[in-house]
Ligand binder design. Structure first.
Ligand code: ZN
Length: 151
């Protein structure tokens, strides 16, 4: 069976919404959190975990009906799932397919764990800036205090 067909059997098509594929195994719940999807979300959400994947070994997939996705959310997903692809679905068709891109700099999304870092000073708050040293596992360096963190 061709790959395309297999994929379709596994993931029921949705009419409108987003499918986030190639999520690192076990990271689907975090992706939902990034999207702000909780029990109050009214539309259909499907999560597939530990799906066999040629590239990743095993992967997670998240499917959300009637939901769009913002660039800021895509960038956050890139932090935890650097291989994820975002598929926008309209009338059962993939109208746009995009791989997430891990930015070189992560601005204002991660807190610096160093209490003495300038970004943690209450009086003059500075947005955090982290430089990406390594993508997977993700290793970041604080631009201000050079503290290294692993996510
Ligand atoms: Zn710092």
């Amino acid at each position: 069976m061709p790959d395309d067909k297999k994929k379709k059997l596994r993931i029921k098509p949705i009419k409108n919404g987003i499918v986030i594929d190639h999520i690192k195994q076990g990271k689907a719940p975090q992706v939902l959190r990034i999207l702000g999807i909780d029990e109050k979300f009214g539309d259909a959400v499907t999560i597939a975990m530990n799906v066999p994947s040629k590239v990743l070994g095993k992967k997670d997939i998240v499917k959300v009906e009637n939901r769009n996705i913002k660039t800021a959310e895509i960038n956050k997903i890139a932090l935890i799932a650097p291989n994820a692809t975002i598929n926008r679905i309209r009338d059962y068709r993939v109208v746009k397919k995009k791989k997430v891109v891990l930015p070189k700099k992560i601005i204002g999304m991660v807190e610096c764990p160093n209490p003495r870092c300038i970004t943690n000073k209450e009086r003059e708050p500075v947005r955090t800036v982290f430089l990406v040293r390594h993508a997977d596992p993700l290793i970041l360096i604080c631009k201000y205090c050079e503290r290294q963190i692993t996510l």
